[in-house]
Design a protein around this ligand. Sequence first.
Ligand SMILES: Nc1ncnc2c1ncn2[C@@H]1O[C@H](COP(=O)(O)OP(=O)(O)OP(=O)(O)O)[C@@H](O)[C@H]1O
Length: 239
Amino acid sequence: MTLSLTDVRLTYPDGDRRLVALADVDLHVAAGELVAVTGPSGSGKSSLLAVAGALITAESGTVTIGGVDLGALDQPARDRLRREQIGFVFQQANLLGSLTALDQLLLVAHISRVPRAVARERAQRLLDRVGLAAKAGKRPHQLSGGERQRVGVARALMGEPSLLLVDEPTSALDHDRGETVVRMLRDITHENQVATVMVTHDVQHLHLTDRVVTMHDGQLTPAQPIVTGRGAGTVAAVR
Ligand SMILES: Nc1ncnc2c1ncn2[C@@H]1O[C@H](COP(=O)(O)OP(=O)(O)OP(=O)(O)O)[C@@H](O)[C@H]1O
């Protein structure tokens, strides 16, 4: 398993009490698997992504990425693992307004000290992969919402992550553009053997994913049969 959360608990201060954001959550995502996380507002989906992305530390339970227990790492090692193993895709692509699509990707490579020639080849290949080779020189305001989101996906892949964490990638897109982005995420997940967790409110594209889990009040719901993009699957996990 690329990502394993076992008995993960997270609470936030809430006056003189604690609000339970994640209540003993189990979630295991294999390489090459796209798992959608749905659930009402406030149910804990972003908290789940933050814990899986080593952005916040679980109060108890175990989080492993590629078999490495995050709890056993100090902060610099956790930061390094995040940089080297995890790609993030945000709700709005969060691109820098003054940079071209190509430069958005090269900046990530520069920060990660990838040699320039390697970075340029990788960035061009990724822009081609998301269907934007011809738009490499465009700035965000010259791109559609769907194209911006696809640049965001390509940027997240620049570090060749083993885990991709995606937060509401279609919320700003119409149906067809949303479908293109989710289909692309699914195909890249399978081709690159990345483990992908996608938080979404958008039920329209769930059939493209391999598995769906639902959060309610910090808990992942029990398994339910669903029809997935690769035939009938089951919701794994969880209590
Ligand atoms: N930093 C924080 N401090 C205190 N409470 C928080 C904090 N972050 C989130 N919460 C609370 O934890 C619970 C889970 O929040 P979370 O953001 O994970 O839910 P969500 O399912 O992602 O919601 P949404 O779909 O609205 O983004 C909510 O009740 C929220 O109010």
